[in-house]
Design a protein around this ligand. Structure first.
Ligand code: 5GP
Length: 191
């Protein structure tokens, strides 16, 4: 019997740097790792492309997919905004002979880990502090005052779940955090 196909999750509060770490890993291991494109109901930001950054869906289409059991996990990450990992997306990446790399929030990460406890590596990227996280989100400039406050409040809550994950990587230095994630992944994939 062949081993169950593997899944790698990078999770963290918004603004902790998980997207930068995910990009570093995908650039370095393009033949091993495949980015899992999530479905989402929020509007695309400037430069975001449908099918590349997200599958941007209407709320109706997203709800239909929930009913048809097409997600491995989904969450209402922000008020009225749904995000989810499609089963078809994991299959697509496995069929390419790669391991899916998921950049998702904490609850979704916990759900996937519960479903695939022996074949998932879930890394938690911890911001050095909540103040630092606020500063990073302000600098990114993608948030309104309300959404920034919502993300910062949510971050404190999410940090309380960090012990559910295989490894906690404190991102006080991006390059060190990238290498920490890389090392854990190499061990997991036995490279
Ligand atoms: P953003 O709107 O900034 O792109 O993403 C908001 C949050 O949703 C981020 O923490 C991101 O990692 C998370 N996210 C993206 N895709 C998914 C998904 O498929 N499932 C879950 N649970 N969270 C996701």
């Amino acid at each position: 019997m062949s081993a169950a196909p593997k899944i790698i999750i990078i999770t963290a509060p918004s603004g902790a740097g998980k997207t930068s770490i995910t990009r570093y890993l995908l650039d370095k291991y393009p033949t091993r790792l495949g980015f899992s494109v999530s479905a989402a109901t929020r509007s695309p930001r400037a430069h975001e492309k449908d099918g590349v950054d997200y599958y941007f869906l209407t709320l109706d289409t997203f709800k239909q997919k929930i009913q048809h059991n097409e997600f491995v996990e989904w969450e209402m990450v922000y008020e009225g905004k749904f995000y989810g990992t499609l089963k078809s997306e994991l299959e697509r990446i496995w069929q390419q002979g790669k391991t899916p790399l998921l950049d998702i929030e904490v609850k979704g990460a916990i759900h996937i880990r519960e479903q695939f406890p022996h074949s998932t590596l879930a890394l938690f990227i911890e911001p050095p502090s909540v103040d630092e996280l606020r500063r990073r989100l302000e600098m990114r400039g993608t948030e309104t005052v309300e959404s920034l406050l919502a993300r910062v409040n949510k971050a404190s809550y999410e940090i309380s779940f960090k012990h559910h994950f295989d490894k906690i990587i404190v991102n006080d230095d991006l390059s060190k955090a990238c290498h920490g994630a890389e090392k854990a992944i190499m061990e997991f994939l036995e490279i």
